[in-house]
Design a protein around this ligand. Structure first.
Ligand SMILES: *Cc1c(COP(=O)(O)O)cnc(C)c1O
Ligand SMILES: [Zn+2]
Length: 408
């Protein structure tokens, strides 16, 4: 409705609303451009408060022309004040934005897919597809039902739960013998040959806009204000750039009065190309070969890495990485303090937040939002040998007394 067209992030050339993603002139990524003057006239706090609690409440700032057709119950996940976690981390205030309970596939990818498939339908595509590290495949598989043929492409060594959580919807799951970056390269070639909607390839400009809703919700749930500090996990870096864009848009539209947010990028040490560039003070991101338990964010050649890096620097934030051991400790810490079971990517964010607070980079007398983007039920195998054993007893009071200390 309010989309003017696409615009190259690098050279500013404009393109019509089509399923294209790269500038023919300079190979820069294309981004959706809106008519903010028109949006400002009718998109107000008052208007918003009347709307349904799902991500389409922000539809003026999403790139569809007609009515939304997918993800009608996705988004508007809880923003929780995490008092127990704040006290363990030794910080004044801590919030968890909890997409581990997003509907229906338990990760923030329900947001991007809701937008991408609504757009794919407007474009008249019959087949949807994606290159995925797991959660995106689950979301595309689930949302595509009843509307499209569906192919999801994943690296062959994904967690079993993430494979089952795609197969269950009866779609075609293609396991590529390679890492995510190889899956992605293959998908770019397939997308050029077939008229398929690859949500994160040829529909990427539209798809990526869905991530803004994560940022819109944080601002709205804080009572229409931007947080001071936010820690975000980065795979391609897209979520970081879109939370930024979302808060910037709210600021520009007058929905929030200030935008003092510092952006912190969280990665796993075993796949941390953005963090490496940050540490080196470089603007160039050197691709790496991923080796980490945080498979959902294991992208060695991040498409939006340079833009995410720029945001961390410009907002006086930071970029930090943690080891696999620290990731597991992060998952356990969140579970034990707040009762939230997150996947490895959430372990990364919690562990990075902890590290940044300990280093004094995030001040203890301020507030931080920690982004939890996926659910722990999908990556249970990483916890084997890291948890207490169950207490096994016979069905007798005698055995109960014997085995359970202080049971009386
Ligand atoms: C995909 C994903 C991310 C980050 O994705 P970006 O490519 O950086 O936008 C973070 N957490 C989880 C659980 C994911 O599945
Ligand atoms: Zn260009």
């Amino acid at each position: 409705m309010y989309v003017k067209g696409l615009k190259c992030r690098e050279c500013g050339r404009r393109y019509p609303k089509e399923p294209i993603f790269v500038c023919e002139w300079c190979f820069g990524p294309l981004e959706v451009e809106y008519d903010y003057e028109a949006i400002k006239k009718m998109f107000t706090r008052k208007e918003l408060e009347k709307r349904e609690p799902n991500l389409w409440r922000y539809r003026e700032l999403l790139p569809i022309d007609g009515e939304p057709t997918f993800g009608l119950s996705s988004g508007f996940t809880p923003l929780i004040e995490a008092k127990n976690l704040a006290s363990v981390l030794g910080i004044k205030k801590c919030y968890i934005k909890d997409d581990s309970v997003n509907h229906p596939t338990l990760s923030f990818k329900d947001r991007v897919v809701a937008v991408a498939l609504s757009k794919a339908k407007e474009f008249g595509f019959k087949t949807v597809a994606c290159a995925s590290t797991g959660n995106l495949a689950n979301a595309v598989a689930s949302h595509s039902r009843g509307g499209f043929n569906c192919y999801v492409f994943i690296p062959v060594d994904l967690e079993p739960s993430k494979i089952v959580s795609s197969l269950i919807y009866g779609v075609n799951v293609v396991a590529v013998e390679g890492n995510y970056d190889e899956v992605n390269r293959l998908c770019a070639e397939v997308a050029m040959r077939y008229r398929w909607a690859f949500v994160n390839v040829n529909l990427r400009p539209y798809y990526a806009e869905g991530s803004k809703t994560y940022g819109f919700e944080i601002a709205e749930q804080l009572g229409f204000r931007a947080p001071r500090h936010i820690v975000i996990p980065a795979a391609s870096g897209s979520l970081v750039t879109k939370i930024y864009k979302g808060l910037q848009e709210f600021y520009q539209l007058g929905l929030i009065n200030e935008f003092p947010t510092r952006f912190y990028i969280a990665q796993a040490e075993g796949c941390s190309p953005i963090v490496q560039a940050f540490r080196e003070g470089s603007n160039i991101i050197r691709p790496v070969k991923p080796k980490t338990i945080a498979k959902s964010i294991a992208i060695g050649n991040p498409a939006d890495g340079v833009y995410a890096l720029d945001i961390a620097r410009r907002t006086k934030g930071y970029a930090e990485a943690v080891s696999d051991e620290e990731i597991i400790a992060g998952i356990k810490l969140l579970a034990e303090t707040e009762g939230i079971f997150t996947e490895t990517a959430g372990g990364v964010t919690v562990a990075v937040a902890k590290k940044l607070i300990e280093k004094g980079i995030i001040p203890r007398d301020e507030e931080v939002v920690i982004c939890i983007t996926g659910n722990g039920l999908k990556t249970q195998e990483v916890l084997v040998n890291h948890l207490k054993s169950v207490i096994r007893i016979k069905p007798s009071l005698e055995d109960f007394k014997k085995k359970i200390e202080g049971g009386e």
